[in-house]
Design a protein around this ligand. Sequence first.
Ligand SMILES: C[S@@+](CC[C@H](N)C(=O)[O-])C[C@H]1O[C@@H](n2cnc3c(N)ncnc32)[C@H](O)[C@@H]1O
Length: 211
Amino acid sequence: MLTVMKPGIEEYAQSKTEKHADVLEQLQRETYEQMDMPQMLTGPIEGQILKMMVKVTGAKTVVEVGTFTGYASLSMAEGLPEAGRLITLDLDPVCLAVARKYFAKSEHGKKIEVMEGPALKSIEKIDGPIDMAFIDADKTNYKNYYEAILAKMNSGGVILVDNVLWSGGVLDPKTDDAKAICDFNDHIANDSRVDKVLLTVRDGLFFIRKR
Ligand SMILES: C[S@@+](CC[C@H](N)C(=O)[O-])C[C@H]1O[C@@H](n2cnc3c(N)ncnc32)[C@H](O)[C@@H]1O
């Protein structure tokens, strides 16, 4: 079997990928200097994938579940048209303070609306249709987020879901998070309402399209 991810491959891919904006560079630096779990930040390759997805789908309303310090939010906002909106959901005021600071620094920040609180309750309040969503919060709620968002999408709506390989933990799930991810992945694999492909990008990115 071909093992693609030799050491250095991630860096090589990044060197051939469009560079992120200065504001994202600053946001990434501050996150790594000041936050407890900086590895939660999506990062340059996934950020460019998300921005590209917004552009190729022509999405106008995008929902992100799990803002953290706002790296993916700003990346997706860059891909939106001027009248587009990105609604990002998180319950942690410390992360959101950092995110808001960088949204204010970016010309794309005006497209972003933050909803602070438990994400499931926030999704209930969002008026559809949602064109695209990025799910990247507590793993045990992935299925709930997916169902709540899918119900607010038209045919053609796209959902991207992060960490669906759980650092390889899906092959031998031992923790509650790993089990929840496996359960979610099985749910998608068996869901005839959607087209799907599990991309082996970074920690696994499920690419799902409502039929
Ligand atoms: C992996 S991080 C998100 C990373 C982010 N998308 C980025 O690009 O950097 C997960 C986030 O989900 C948030 N979160 C966890 N449980 C949540 C819940 N029930 N409702 C809302 N946000 C939640 C956490 O506070 C954390 O900031």
